[in-house]
Design a protein around this ligand. Structure first.
Ligand SMILES: Cc1cc2nc3c(=O)[nH]c(=O)nc-3n(C[C@H](O)[C@H](O)[C@H](O)COP(=O)(O)OP(=O)(O)OC[C@H]3O[C@@H](n4cnc5c(N)ncnc54)[C@H](O)[C@@H]3O)c2cc1C
Length: 405
């Protein structure tokens, strides 16, 4: 019998794991409770790290009709100073915006064409057995309960991870480290039409507001804050209405901008160091392992990477579950822990107005700092690369971007 893996969740993490495993001949079944195309509340921003993994997966970006490459970035400091940063304009892609409704649908289609048995509208219900194989039951679109037996189960089931809850390995009342709002805007005529803008608003620090450009004079705009008692959902609702009328936001979007539909909001989990990575034959990936960057809240690149790592751990040790789990935990340590600690430290600097202003002054010292900060911010290199010599390489911040023709 070939090795078999069941994946719960068809977002970027689940698809990256599915595609990687299917390419190696593993029998993969992927279930998702949603029918695709489905939206996911997100800024839709792809960092260099995310783009490089999509490229490695042979992702066909032409399947995302609103794919928007981006090389011009503007930061607004808490004091209102603008800092302009340029990403390289040639030698590959360093940042792009891809609406999640399209990106996730294209990734799931790629999984299907790689041979993955994709079952949409099918919800995880429970795990019946987790020893020499794993047996999971799920509910199909017509309400039937079916069981799926496989060698491993990958939980790619997002921030709320019903699998984590079912196995009792999550934190009680966990609501995520960040909370973020997002809305699409049309008729954008200001500089947000072409530029990616980040506003470091004094009342949101270390959080920020963003506007990410999309084709057809549209933009994805939103903001995220660290969740604490002072920054609950009521605070956020109030800020959101008021943020949209701040003069610099109105100016960036232009006077004719029209907000589409209603805003959506979702938590962001960023505590990979604390999260359970694996139990028995179950491996957690993406938001289910709380892998987002605690500095920026970016999680698509992290979701893709954890998906690849879980697949590699399974492929490396096949039937020995304890070695698969140990290998996966070691990989997460190697790829995430130092960066996570670094992001946390930097987050503490950005939490204060003077710290944020000072940090952005250093970024704006000269063309070298601006250029390299932009590449670092977009995860061209790991966050803590400077402090982890094991990850140094000759082409530091000089590598080509993704999708070099
Ligand atoms: C407002 C906001 C803005 C963000 N902006 C960015 C950004 O610009 N760039 C960036 O890199 N990251 C961003 N993120 C983070 C990013 O969205 C996540 O980190 C990423 O989506 C994680 O991918 P995933 O595959 O782990 O989970 P998800 O994309 O959440 O996918 C989980 C899947 O599991 C399925 N599922 C859940 N429960 C079940 C069940 N019981 N049975 C079956 N299926 C189930 C869901 O239907 C879903 O399809 C943002 C997040 C928020 C909230």
């Amino acid at each position: 019998m070939p090795l078999s893996v069941t994946i719960v969740g068809g977002g970027p993490s689940g698809c990256a794991a599915a595609i990687t495993l299917a390419k190696q001949g593993v029998r993969v079944t992927l279930i998702d409770k949603a029918q695709f195309p489905r939206d996911k509340c997100c800024g839709d921003g792809l960092t260099t790290g995310a783009l490089r993994i999509l490229d490695e997966l042979n992702f066909d970006r032409s399947q995302v009709s609103d794919w928007q490459p981006c090389d011009e970035v503007k930061l607004r400091t808490p004091a209102g100073r603008m800092v302009s940063l340029d990403l390289p304009k040639s030698n590959g892609l360093f940042a792009a915006i891809a609406p999640r409704v399209q990106l996730d649908n294209a990734l799931l289609s790629q999984a299907k064409s790689s041979g993955v048995d994709v079952r949409e509208g099918t919800s995880f219900q429970s795990i019946e057995k987790n020893d020499d194989t794993i047996v999971m039951s799920c509910i199909t679109p017509n309400g039937d309960t079916v069981t799926l037996e496989s060698d491993f189960l990958i939980a790619a089931d997002g921030m709320w991870s019903p699998i984590r809850k079912h196995l009792g390995v999550g934190l009680d009342n966990y609501l995520g480290e960040w909370h973020a709002f997002r809305q699409y805007v049309s008729n954008v005529t200001g500089e947000a039409r072409e530029k990616l803008i980040v506003w470091f608003e004094p009342d949101l620090l270390p959080g920020y507001a963003w506007s990410f450009p999309l084709p057809g004079n549209r933009a994805n705009i939103g903001f995220g804050v660290l969740r604490d008692e002072a920054h609950g959902v009521q605070f956020m609702k109030k800020v959101w209405e008021e943020l949209k009328s701040r003069p610099h936001v109105v100016e960036a979007l232009g006077p004719e901008a029209v907000y589409e539909d209603r805003h959506t909001a979702w938590p962001i989990p960023a505590r990979v160091d604390d999260a359970t990575k694996a139990v028995g034959r179950v491996l957690f990936i993406g938001d289910a392992v709380c892998a987002t960057d605690s500095l920026t809240g970016e999680g698509i690149g992290q979701a893709l990477l954890t998906g690849q790592l879980a697949a590699r751990a399974i492929l490396g040790h096949t039937t020995d579950a304890s070695r698969v789990c140990a290998e996966y935990e070691a990989m997460i340590d190697h790829h995430f822990y130092a960066d996570h600690r670094m992001s946390r430290r930097l987050g503490r600097v950005l939490a204060h107005r003077r710290g944020a202003e000072g940090a952005l002054r250093i970024v704006d010292l000269n063309s070298w700092t601006r250029r390299n900060f932009a590449r670092w911010m977009f995860e061209d290199e790991p966050r803590a690369a400077l402090f982890t010599p094991r990850r140094w390489h000759r082409g530091f911040l000089r590598r080509p971007g993704a999708f070099v023709d």
